[in-house]
Design a protein around this ligand. Sequence first.
Ligand code: 5RP
Length: 228
Amino acid sequence: MKTDGGSDAAKRRAGERAAEAVEDGMVVGLGTGSTTAYAIEAIGRAVDDGLEVRGIPTSYQSRRLAIDVGIPLTALDEVDAVDLAIDGADQVAGGDLIKGGGAAHAREKLVDSAADRFLVVADPSKLVDRLERPVPVEVLPDARPVVERRVRDAGGEPHLRAAERKDGPVVTDNGNLVLDCAFGEIDDPGDLSARLSAIPGVVEHGLFVDLADATYVGTTDGVDVHRY
Ligand code: 5RP
């Protein structure tokens, strides 16, 4: 479930500023979505100018874009460390995020959390005082009814994410389904994160608690950087 709105100019400013943090020799996690795409394109231009980096994509989308703009790719099992990750978010409350609007949150969390530094890129429409969007939960297809019951027990209302230009559900890059789980305002993201992670059949959920090191928010005339 993607967010509506947010200006492309603000997304571009955020993405391009975060890309300036990429230095020669780095291994860089490449997030997913329209804001991160601006960062990936900027890194591609820097590679054209001689920057030596290797990227680890988090989705089919970011892999394809990285290849198109000429970023050499690697994988988590081929590197000792990830220096930096740049990724978008659907909602940002301080350093806590809801991600998974593009159903890529399982690989995003893996790569973003493996990075020494994780920079979030966003436009102001993503900023909130308290997280309240439905939380995307990737589930093994067979586990769907079981997970739905457990989400209701935890006070949430799950909705199977439907594909838009295909009959039936969204199927993730990992071959799984996504339940968008509405909890209303989330008082304690850490507690909910732990509860969702504990449900058998849940592959990963889109609450990113205390993972971000900084948020780059594009504005009408610049970029606000918040460090955590
Ligand atoms: C994909 C994500 C994206 O980072 C999130 O949806 C933000 O995307 P955009 O920059 O296009 O608004 O979590 O799973």
